[in-house]
Design a binder for this molecule. Sequence first.
Ligand code: PLP
Length: 381
Amino acid sequence: TMEFTDRVTRVEPSATLAISALATELEQDGADVVDLSVGEPDFPTPQNIIDAGQGAMDAGHTGYTTSAGILELREAISEKLAADGLDHGPAEIIVTPGAKQALYEIIQALIQDGDEVALLDPAWVSYEAMVKMAGGDLTRVDLSETDFQLEPALDDLEAAVSDETELLIVNSPSNPTGAVYTDAALEGVRDLAVEHDITVISDEIYKEITYGVEPTSLGTLEGMTDRTITVNGFSKAYSMTGWRLGYFAGPEDLIDQAGKLHSHSVSSAVNFVQHAGVEALENTNDAVADMVEAFGERRELVIDLLDDHGVDVAVPDGAFYMMLPVADDDQAWCEGAIEDAHVATVPGSAFGTPGYARISYAASEERLEEGIERLAEEGYL
Ligand code: PLP
């Protein structure tokens, strides 16, 4: 028999995938499932990006590339980061097959057995798994008492971190809450990071998707340049989840170390996909704005519909998720909602915060209306 490592056996399979499996099973039995559990835009990839990818294939961009990614893309990313106030030349950027791989490589490079990593809860499911696979220990700061905002919970963060804390992961706009942290919150993070010499990952994958607020990039704050690793990707802003394209930017010594993991594992992101990424960054502003506008309208719709049923949610300022307060046993609530109402959501406990279910509003207005109506009819609201 095979013996498996502690590294993998201490990690749970993704809770999101468990819900998807249940949804698929019901659909195979003929049920019409309203799937509000998915973490991806429901729009096709903008046509100019598809054309650029096809054009790159036709032009023969089908071989290996430099491990860190084609220079043209790293230059375009460098310019995008500069527009956000971040100064990283192409030598400080690694292009990855998705932001997930970027996070994996950074965590593998920084965390080993017994290292402490702080998360702001609820937090995206894979941070925990990645830290555990690296052997790290988690310290979790609960933001559910402050409408998922960090600024009023800075005291809790202060109490949670110490000189022992190696890494803090900040994700603003947040999956699963949609919260965008205020500048004062980020300054609080900065003060603690400097005081305790903590490295910070700023996962900015939803930065382009906001409603009336401009999220600040953590790395732009004084004192943060040398301790921040900025992660971003193409999945959400450009509706490119299946293309697998992301990147990270940070201090050169981190890039060198993580770059070894990168070159010895994935080698590089896909060649023609990288060319499509250049097109995405350079020529897709209008399509992104249109998608964000649609998400914004759906956000209003869902908030209004929930309000009609007397349900109050913390209003998200970004991404396309919100946290619905549900029964204490959120796992049972989600299972019941999918079985009785055929509406799929993700239990908050998957993100470290029981008592909630995450709704994704990256679905058509018609499906959102249908989903909320069914939840109400079956007594889930
Ligand atoms: N970070 C966050 C917060 C996410 O929600 C996701 C995707 O769900 C990712 C990173 C990874 O995205 P990808 O690997 O598709 O770029």
